[in-house]
Design a protein around this ligand. Structure first.
Ligand code: APR
Length: 189
């Protein structure tokens, strides 16, 4: 396979979706999505990296959201948006992925909700580009192959009805994660 053809294999839906290997905190999209927990007060993995790179403004905004809208914490599948602080991205969309095996069989629905609700927020904010990490496939234990089917179907379904978002990046920390995604994604083109 030619290099450019291989590169092409990482693009879907006429280039509106691109799969990349890298650090989500470095992406220059309008928004990046954080794989948060319900406390919204930070954690490890992507969450820790985003708060470290974005600085205290993000945590302050999260605390305000907890105080005013979600005193009990952000439910799984929901998404909220804050400033991007010192990040290249203008905004961070925080979403809480399902903990695999811990949501009474609703894991697939909740994971789909994470992607759908994050994309909805990006469109509501009139953004043109958004980058996702591989939600729930780290600490939260979601099998990567199953997650790939859910995320790709949900993203395609959303973009089939949306004209505003011109770029959705799927950012994988490791090349093997990206490979597993590419082998299991269900994009129609
Ligand atoms: N950029 C892109 N992807 C990353 C980065 C990064 N800087 N750091 C980690 N990842 C990848 C992981 O390799 C994994 O594939 O993001 C994916 C999601 O992993 P987690 O960050 O563990 O997220 P999740 O599985 O959704 O668990 C969320 O972990 O960090 C805590 O506070 C967080 O409690 C929450 C839980």
């Amino acid at each position: 396979m030619q290099a450019d053809q291989k590169q092409m294999a990482n693009e879907f839906l006429k280039g509106r979706v691109r799969v990349v290997v890298g650090d989500i905190t470095k992406q220059e999209t309008d928004a990046i999505v954080n794989a948060a927990n319900s406390s919204l007060l930070g954690g490890g993995g992507v969450d820790g990296a985003i708060h470290r790179a974005g600085g205290p403004q993000i945590l302050e905004a999260c605390r305000e959201i907890r105080r005013t809208r979600f005193p009990e914490g952000l439910p799984s599948g929901e998404a909220v948006i804050t400033t991007g602080g010192k990040l290249p991205a203008l905004y961070v969309i925080h979403t809480v992925g399902p903990i695999y095996g811990n949501q009474e069989g609703r894991e697939a629905e909740l994971l789909a909700n994470c992607y759908h609700n994050s994309l909805t927020l990006a469109v509501e904010k009139n953004l043109a580009s958004v980058a996702f990490p591989s939600i729930s496939t780290g600490v939260y234990g979601y099998p990567r192959a199953e997650a790939a089917e859910i995320s790709s179907r949900t993203i395609e379904n959303f973009l089939s009805k949306d004209r505003q978002l011109s770029e959705v990046l799927l950012v994988f920390f490791g090349a093997d994660d990206a490979k597993t995604f590419l082998e299991n994604q269900k994009f129609s083109e």
